[in-house]
Write a protein that binds this ligand. Structure first.
Ligand SMILES: Cc1ncc(COP(=O)(O)O)c(C=O)c1O
Length: 418
């Protein structure tokens, strides 16, 4: 979706310190040129296919469809990207842009770790230095991804300020960029931040919706009646929705994290239920969770990737104009949706994506049998094994962890053996 000077209605823009102005302009011009350059687009396509494994399939879920007895349910399988999430689409695009701009280093911030791991993979492939900022709390929740980032050669910096989650990591990444912008590119992982990031990330993610357009016509002879995507920063939602924006018959539903409840600090609902307010922070204007003095508030979600205080200005604008409908799913319903997909279809979803599943599963029984819905499965759930084991109260998992730890060659155990 094209902005008007970086704005989508009242949201977007570029509110950055003077020192970053020339770098921001450089990105703006490089992106404008690249997106119209057939050579760049051909290379992007090649990397998407050969490195990430695109196109991802559109999978019909016969068992779930029968289970709910309503709409026919399809999943767009972004979980099958290399690294296990849609994050790869954008990271490959920006990585190629970094090479084009002649920079040598990338900085990123990450919540669930999916963007961090995708950035570390692409940095390794393209020969770029890589620093990842991650909240200390998120590091605990998503340690397997942190482990791989380090093995890939990235420097992972734990952020111990504030709530120690994505918002704090973002502040640190911005600080790094301010002092290193001449050689570094801030590789933002979602459709947020100063212009042109929202548009650029949405452009790279639109490969999702563009493929769904072709696949839905080939597989069931029409566009889907309804699309569902979870909304953290908003990039997988932008990717699925934007290519269908002018097809008024296609309904779109964004699902936010309802967390544990509607009290401030217990959820990450910015758009539905009128819980966010317009504000300016972190380089752009959008709906933020904030108090009356404009102080950003703490957020919660069982899915680290949805635990963000702002939201894409594109999604905020589309929600305000009524083109997309926003709803939310509570942690418990998300875990239930995750386990239902596991048992009925043999697919392990990320907890982020399980929000989209939960939103769709609420509606599916009430839709006509010939309605076709597509749910974006933004990522796979391997990374969530610890959280899901805890949430389903698996009895043997704690014992496995205890035994595994006892057999781990720690300094103390090594000493014991000597
Ligand atoms: C699998 C997965 N889905 C969704 C998201 C949310 O991001 P966005 O709203 O930008 O798609 C994340 C973020 O980390 C993620 O890892």
């Amino acid at each position: 979706m094209q902005s008007e000077n970086g704005f989508y209605g009242q949201y977007g823009g570029s509110y950055i310190p003077e020192i970053l102005y020339s770098s921001q302009q450089q990105i703006l011009h490089a992106f404008e040129e690249a997106k119209n350059d057939p050579e760049f687009l051909a290379e992007l396509n090649k990397q998407w296919q050969q490195f990430s494994g695109r196109p991802t399939p559109l999978t019909f879920c016969a068992n779930l469809t029968e289970h709910f007895g309503g709409a026919q349910i399809y999943l767009k399988r972004e979980d099958l990207n290399h690294s296990g999430a849609h994050k790869m689409n954008n990271v490959i695009g920006q990585g190629l842009l970094v090479k084009r701009m002649g920079k040598k280093r990338v900085i990123a911030e990450t919540g669930a770790g999916q963007h961090g791991i995708a950035t570390a993979l692409v940095a390794a492939r393209l020969g770029l230095e890589c620093t990842i900022y991650m909240g200390a709390k998120d590091i605990e929740r998503q340690y397997p991804n942190v482990f791989w980032m380090k093995q890939l050669g990235a420097t992972v910096v734990p952020v111990t300020t504030g709530a120690q989650t994505l918002r704090d990591a973002l502040d640190e990444a911005l600080r790094d960029w301010s002092s290193s912008h001449e050689e570094s590119h801030y590789l933002i992982g979602t459709s947020c931040g100063c212009a042109p990031f929202p548009e650029m990330v949405a452009f790279f993610q639109s490969v999702i919706g563009n493929e769904v357009r072709e696949q839905s016509v080939a597989q069931f002879g029409q566009f889907p009646d309804r699309l569902y995507a979870c909304v953290g920063g908003g990039s997988n939602a932008c990717g699925l929705f934007l290519p269908f924006l002018d097809d008024k018959e296609v309904e779109m539903v964004g699902v936010e994290a309802g967390g544990k409840g509607l009290e401030l600090g217990e959820h990450s609902i910015r758009l539905s239920h009128n819980l966010g307010q317009p504000g300016i922070a972190q380089g752009f204007a959008t709906m933020f969770l904030q108090d009356n003095a404009g102080q950003l508030q703490e957020t919660h979600s069982i899915a680290a990737g949805l635990d963000y205080v702002g939201v894409s200005p594109i999604i905020a604008h589309l929600a305000e104009t009524g083109r997309i409908k926003m709803t939310y799913a509570m942690d418990d319903d998300v875990v239930a949706a995750c386990t239902l997909l596991l048992k009925k279809e043999g697919i392990i979803p990320a907890l982020e994506s399980s929000h989209a599943l939960a939103g769709a599963f609420k509606d599916a029984p009430n839709l006509p049998k010939d309605a076709k819905i597509v749910i974006n499965l933004s990522g796979r759930g391997d990374k969530d094994i610890f959280n899901v084991a805890k949430a389903v109260e698996d009895e043997t998992f704690p014992q496995f962890l205890t035994d595994y730890l006892a057999s781990y060659p720690t300094t103390q155990n090594k000493g014991d053996k000597a």
